[in-house]
Design a protein. Sequence first.
Length: 150
Amino acid sequence: MQQPSNLCRSFRRAVVVVLELAAAAAAVVVVVVVVVVVVVVVVIVVVVAAAAVVVVIVLVVVVIVVVIVVVVIVTVVVVVAAAVVAVVVVVVVVAAAVIIVIVVIVVVIVVVIVVVVIVVVVIVVVVVVVVVVVVVVDVVVVVAVVVELK
């Protein structure tokens, strides 16, 4: 039969092994969580960027169609009304269309910038949490090893 001191050493060694296995498992889980979060965030950014591009394209097409319709209407008005009034209306409509396109592009750019900033913040927070968890687990393992060696 073993002496009590040998039993204590064996028990301490078993505890150290269990803690080392727990630290390794925690590190694997943390890495998997980080990879999943990063993939989800990248997919969200790509979807938002694609949606923004589609919105800009649709709005530009709508503005072009509106401008063409207005130009046709104004052309008919030119035949009926004075040429000066028609030119002023065309200039105003084209200016309004350009302003609308510029505003839409600025809004899309701002939305994309906000999404990118949010993604960066999420990634930084996840990385910080991962580092803290890994450091804490490693400290626990080191303390257990030091206690076991004493």
